[in-house]
Design a protein around this ligand. Structure first.
Ligand code: IVH
Length: 699
C-alpha cells in the first residue's frame, strides 16, 4: 500500500475509534447517547470492515470493539460469576434461517427437523444480574464490560419489582433481566425533570440507565424503574429444564416476566411471530427493539455453548430501523409555490424501514450549515456536503430527514455547499427574509416553478379538485402557452375542445377520452365553496384552516374581496377587523395584504369569479353526539382512511386536530397507536376504539 493511502486510512481509523469510544462513553457512562443504535451499529460495522481489510494497521491491544466500558469508578467493581453475554443480531429472516440451520448443523441434526424456540420481546433497557444466597438478595450488578460490572445493590433494592427475599430459592440463585422504564412513565419523568430544571432524558433506556446508576439511592427510589427477568446466571440447583418453564419459575419466585412470549415449534413459526409482533409493538407501553429467539431446551443450550461474547443458542431478531446510512449524491434546489428555495439531498437509494428512500429534505441554508432556525448548533455544528455519508431517518410517514454526518468518511477534497444567490429556475436574485430562515425568489408568476406549483395547488383535492391534471400535464400545457394562470384552465375547452383548430385530444399522451374527462372535471369544479376558493389562491400562511375561518367570517366572496382590497390600500378598519378574527395570525394578515396588493393577483381574483360560481359559506347547525367536540385520531383505522374519518367528523360538527391538547375531548385509537394514546390516558381524555367510533357515527 502506498504511504499516502496508508496515512489516509490510518487517519480514518483513528477518527472512527474516537467516534466509537465517545459513543460508548455517552452510552454506557453518561447514559446520554448522541447516536442512535443503528448509527452506532453502522460505525461498528465500518470499523470491522477496516479491521478485516487492513489488519496490519490495528494494534493487538485494540479494545474499540469490546462491549461496554470500564466500570465507573464511583461504584464498586464486581466480577460476574458467569459473564453477562450479549446477543448476536439477525436483521432479516435469512439471518434467522442461518441461525436455525447452524444450530442443527452444530448438533448434527437433519436440516429438515424441527427445533423448539421461545420468542421473547427484546426490551430496551439495561441488564442487571441479581444474586440471592439462601434466598436473600446480596448483590445486584450492572453488566459493565460483561465480565466486571458495577455494584448497584442499594439502588436495585429500591425497585419494587425486585424481591429482597425469595423463600423457595435454591442456595445460590442469580436472576438476570432488564431494568427499564415504561414509555408512559418516561414522558411523565421528563415533564417532572423539566419542571425541576433538571436534565431530560433522550429515551426510556437512558432514563432507566441514568436512574439505576445514581450515587444517591434516594433519587433512584423516586424513579419509576421496572424489572423484567428473563434468564439465570449461577444457580446451585436448577429445578427446570427449559426456557418456558424457567419463565414460570421466575414468576413463582416473584419476578415480573414478559407476558408476550411465544413457544415456537420451528423457524417458520418464529417468522410468523415476528410479523405479528411488528404490528403490535407500537401498542406496548415499553420499548422493544426486536425479538430474542432462544432454544427452549436447556440440554441443547448447554451443548451449543457460547462464542466469545454471545451464546450459540440465542439470537436477537432486530426490528427494521427507521434509519440508515447513505451517501449524498447531489443537493438540488426546489422552488416552491411561494418562491421558497428548498434544498433537497439526492441520496444513494437506501432501504429504511421497508421503504426505498432516495431523497431527504435539507430544510434551508442554515440547516445545511449546521444551525437550527434560532441559530443554535445542530449535529454539533457539522455542515452537510455533497459526497458525505449521512444517517437518514423516517419518523412515521414523514419525509426522510438527515440526522448526522459521518466526519470520518468525509473526503479531504469535499467542499462546503454554497447556497445559490439566484433562483435556479428563473435566474432572479433570491433574498433572505428578516427573522426567517427561508430564502425566496420574488419573481412570482414570471418564475416557472412557482407558476407550476401554484397551478398544482389550485387543482389539488383540497382546492378545485380537478382530476387528471397532474404536474406532467400542467407542464405540457404551460410549455405550449395554453395554461399560464388559473383562469386559462376555464378557457381550455373553448379554445382547445374537440372541434377547435388545435384540440387537446391531438396532443402527445392525450386522446378523446382523456380530454373529455378533463373537460368534465373542469366543468364540475366550477361550483366551489368559498373556503376552498380562498385556499386555492395559494396565499402564504393561508392554509385550509385559515381559509375556512376567513370564509366563516366574511360569508361571501364579494365582501371578502372588497375588504382585502381595502386592506391593501392601507385601510385601518379593514386591518383591525381582520386582526381581530379569532385564529388569524399576523403572518397571515401580512401575506393577505401582500397578495391583494399584487397587480397580477388582483387581476386573477377579479376575473376568476366571473368564470365560476363561488358558494356562500353555509353556517352548519349540526347537532350530533360529537358536535363542537375536539377529536384526535391516532393509529391506523381499518375501515376508512384518515381523510374520510376527518371529513365525517367535520360534517358532524366536530373539530379534528392532530395533537392532543387540553381542549381534546375524544381520542379515536386505531391499530398501532403510539404516544398519543398514552398522552390521552395521562390527561384522562376519553379514548374509544374504531368499532366504538363506527357506532358513534351510525347514530
Ligand atoms: S437473553 C445470553 N432475553 O439484550 C443471553 N436478553 O443484546 C442473555 N435483552 O444483554 C440475554 N431483552 O440486556 C435476553 N428477553 C431477553 C432480553 C434480553 C433484552 C437485552 C439484554 C442483553 C442484550 C443483548
Amino acid at each position: 500500500m502506498k504511504k499516502s493511502k496508508e496515512k489516509e486510512i490510518k487517519k480514518k481509523i483513528i477518527i472512527l475509534q474516537k467516534e466509537i469510544e465517545a459513543a460508548k462513553i455517552d452510552y454506557f457512562q453518561n447514559d446520554d447517547p448522541l447516536l442512535s443504535d443503528s448509527e452506532y451499529d453502522s460505525l461498528i460495522k465500518r470499523y470491522k470492515e477496516f479491521k478485516k481489510e487492513y489488519p496490519s494497521l490495528f494494534s493487538n491491544y485494540d479494545k474499540t470493539l469490546n462491549v461496554g466500558t470500564v466500570a465507573l469508578s464511583s461504584f464498586n467493581k464486581v466480577e460476574h460469576s458467569k459473564p453477562l453475554l450479549s446477543l448476536a443480531n439477525a436483521f432479516n429472516s435469512s439471518d434467522v434461517k442461518n441461525f436455525d440451520e447452524s444450530i442443527k448443523r452444530f448438533l448434527g441434526m437433519d436440516l429438515s427437523s424441527d427445533i423448539e424456540y421461545v420468542a421473547e420481546p427484546k426490551i430496551d433497557g439495561l441488564s442487571l444480574s441479581i444474586r440471592y444466597e439462601k434466598g436473600n438478595l446480596i448483590l445486584a450488578s450492572t453488566r459493565g464490560d460483561g465480565k466486571i460490572g458495577e455494584d448497584v445493590t442499594h439502588n436495585a433494592k429500591t425497585i419494587s419489582e425486585i424481591p429482597h427475599y425469595i423463600s423457595s430459592a435454591p442456595d445460590i440463585l442469580e436472576v438476570r433481566g432488564e431494568v427499564y422504564i415504561l414509555k408512559s412513565d418516561f414522558e411523565k419523568l421528563n415533564q417532572y425533570q423539566q419542571l425541576q430544571n433538571q436534565k431530560t432524558f433522550a429515551n426510556p433506556r437512558n432514563a432507566a440507565a441514568g436512574s439505576l446508576r445514581q450515587l444517591d439511592s434516594n433519587i433512584t427510589k423516586k424513579r419509576p424503574l421496572k424489572f423484567f427477568a428473563y434468564t439465570l446466571g449461577e444457580i446451585s440447583n436448577n429445578p427446570v429444564d427449559n426456557q418456558k418453564d424457567l419463565i414460570d419459575l421466575l414468576k413463582k419466585y416473584g419476578f415480573k416476566t414478559t407476558q408476550d412470549f411465544y413457544l415456537c415449534k420451528n423457524f417458520n413459526e418464529l417468522n410468523r411471530v415476528y410479523l405479528n409482533f411488528n404490528q403490535i409493538k407500537a401498542n406496548l407501553d415499553y420499548d422493544v427493539d426486536g425479538l430474542v429467539y432462544k432454544v427452549n431446551d436447556f440440554k441443547l443450550q448447554k451443548r451449543l455453548g457460547a462464542r466469545s461474547s454471545s451464546p450459540r443458542w440465542a439470537i436477537a431478531h432486530k426490528f427494521k430501523p427507521l434509519e440508515s446510512f447513505t451517501k449524498i449524491l447531489s443537493i438540488e434546489i426546489q422552488v416552491g409555490r411561494t418562491g421558497t428555495l428548498s434544498p433537497v439531498a439526492k441520496l444513494e437509494p437506501v432501504e429504511i424501514g421497508g421503504v426505498i428512500v432516495s431523497s431527504a429534505t435539507l430544510h434551508n441554508e442554515d440547516f445545511i450549515k449546521g444551525f437550527d432556525n434560532n441559530g443554535n448548533k445542530i449535529r454539533g455544528g457539522v455542515d452537510i456536503r455533497v459526497g458525505d455519508l449521512v444517517s437518514v431517518y423516517r419518523a412515521g410517514d414523514v419525509i426522510p430527514k438527515i440526522k448526522s454526518v459521518s466526519l470520518s468518511e468525509r473526503s479531504i477534497n469535499s467542499k462546503e455547499y454554497i447556497f445559490p444567490k439566484y433562483c435556479p429556475d428563473c435566474g432572479n436574485e433570491v433574498k433572505k427574509e428578516k427573522n426567517e430562515s427561508s430564502i425566496r425568489c420574488h419573481a412570482g408568476l414570471s418564475c416557472k416553478s412557482q407558476v407550476i406549483e401554484r397551478l398544482k395547488h389550485f387543482v389539488s383535492k383540497q382546492a378545485f379538485s380537478i382530476e387528471g391534471f397532474a404536474e406532467k400535464q400542467l407542464l405540457q400545457l404551460y410549455d405550449l402557452d395554453w395554461i399560464k394562470s388559473p383562469t386559462d384552465i376555464f378557457y381550455l375547452e373553448t379554445k382547445h375542445g374537440h372541434n377547435s383548430k388545435i384540440p387537446l385530444k391531438n396532443l402527445d399522451n392525450w386522446g378523446e377520452k382523456s380530454a373529455d374527462n378533463l373537460f368534465k372535471a373542469i366543468e364540475k369544479s366550477k361550483k366551489i365553496p368559498l373556503n376552498k376558493f380562498i385556499f386555492s389562491l395559494g396565499i402564504r400562511y393561508v392554509g385550509e384552516v385559515v381559509a375556512s375561518m376567513l370564509a366563516k367570517y366574511y360569508i361571501e366572496w364579494d365582501i371578502f374581496y372588497d375588504k382585502m382590497k381595502n386592506l391593501s390600500q392601507k385601510n385601518n378598519s379593514a386591518l383591525d377587523e381582520l386582526v381581530n378574527i379569532d385564529g388569524i395570525g399576523l403572518k397571515s394578515v401580512h401575506e393577505l395584504k401582500l397578495f391583494f396588493s399584487n397587480k397580477v393577483s388582483l387581476e386573477i381574483t377579479l376575473e376568476l369569479p366571473k368564470l365560476i360560481e363561488i358558494e356562500k359559506y353555509q353556517q352548519k347547525n349540526i347537532s350530533s353526539p360529537i358536535s363542537d367536540m375536539s377529536l384526535v385520531f391516532t393509529g391506523t383505522l381499518e375501515t376508512m382512511s384518515r381523510s374520510e374519518a376527518k371529513s365525517i367528523a367535520e360534517n358532524m360538527g366536530a373539530k379534528v386536530s392532530s395533537t392532543i391538547s387540553s381542549n381534546t375531548n375524544l381520542l379515536i385509537s386505531g391499530i398501532s397507536s403510539g404516544s398519543k394514546l398514552n398522552r390521552a390516558r395521562d390527561k384522562g381524555i376519553k379514548v374509544i376504539t374504531e368499532n366504538e367510533w363506527l357506532e358513534l357515527i351510525k347514530k
